[in-house]
Design a protein around this ligand. Structure first.
Ligand SMILES: [Fe+2]
Length: 252
């Protein structure tokens, strides 16, 4: 089996830049959610990320709209359309999902099918409203489930929805933190984003790209910001962790 590390190395040879970057959160599959509208748009997006070696395709999964089976059928259909147009000038793609929180998620036994393929990694989106004690409880319980590795999607976007005291429980849990490239690119949040990377609080990066024009791939630019301010090692550390997760080796 070709490992994520080997795939990343292949592309690194083609693009002799420094890191083997993983875009952990994208809406790159055509016609499956509010991301790419067509195979052509997906290809444009993939060609707009020259430093990225591996892209995780994470279409939205909403439990109140879809069953996992129906979602996976649609995802497979979109992937098959795109796959036949790919060549080795674009990053490798792994299939996953951005699973939106629903009440009772921590008791669901259907989550494994929504993890990134070949792993137990679940990308979880929390509500964009004040987190209820129930939601926080479910998040923490899910985060402590031994058979799952929960990654909190675009964690920087929830700051106004939780109490700082509650956040400490999340920070102390096994839950991993993914932040979006935009967090590093906006001048008003850049300093905070860099501080969190420096202190080891951001584990994974994603562009959360939705199209070739609107919410376009931007992880390469965020990488430049990190590299310039914190050095190549900070970026390599994040990429190393992402590749280990994709190889099913856990976070340590
Ligand atoms: Fe997303």
């Amino acid at each position: 089996m070709v490992t994520a590390m080997a795939m990343a190395n292949t592309r690194r040879r083609m693009h002799p830049v420094l890191t083997a970057m993983v875009d952990f959160h994208t809406h790159i599959l055509p016609g499956v959610d509010d991301g790419s509208h067509s195979v052509e748009e997906s290809l444009q997006m993939l060609h707009a990320m020259p430093e990225v070696s591996c892209v995780i395709a994470t279409p939205h999964f909403y439990a109140w709209e879809n069953t996992p089976e129906r979602f996976l059928r649609r995802r497979t259909a979109a992937w098959e359309q795109l796959r036949e147009r790919l060549d080795d000038t674009v990053p490798d793609i792994r299939l996953g999902a951005e699973v939106c929180y629903f009440e009772g998620i921590c008791r669901s036994d259907e989550l494994h099918s929504l993890c990134i393929e070949g792993t137990n990694v679940l990308l979880l989106e929390m509500p964009f409203e004040k987190w209820s004690s129930r939601a926080l409880h479910d998040l923490l319980e899910l985060g402590h489930r031994a058979e799952l590795r929960v990654v909190l999607a675009h964690a920087e976007r929830y700051e106004s929805f939780y109490h700082k005291r509650d956040w400490q429980h999340v920070a102390d849990s096994p839950i991993m933190i993914q932040c979006n490239a935009a967090f590093f690119l906006r001048l008003r949040t850049r300093r905070e984003a860099l501080r969190l990377v420096k202190d080891g609080h951001i584990h994974l990066l994603g562009s959360d790209c939705h199209g070739a024009e609107h919410r376009a791939p931007n992880l390469d630019e965020a990488a430049q910001v990190i590299r310039k301010n914190l050095g190549e090692d900070a970026l390599c550390e994040i990429d190393r962790l992402a590749l280990r997760l994709l190889d099913g080796k856990g976070a340590e």
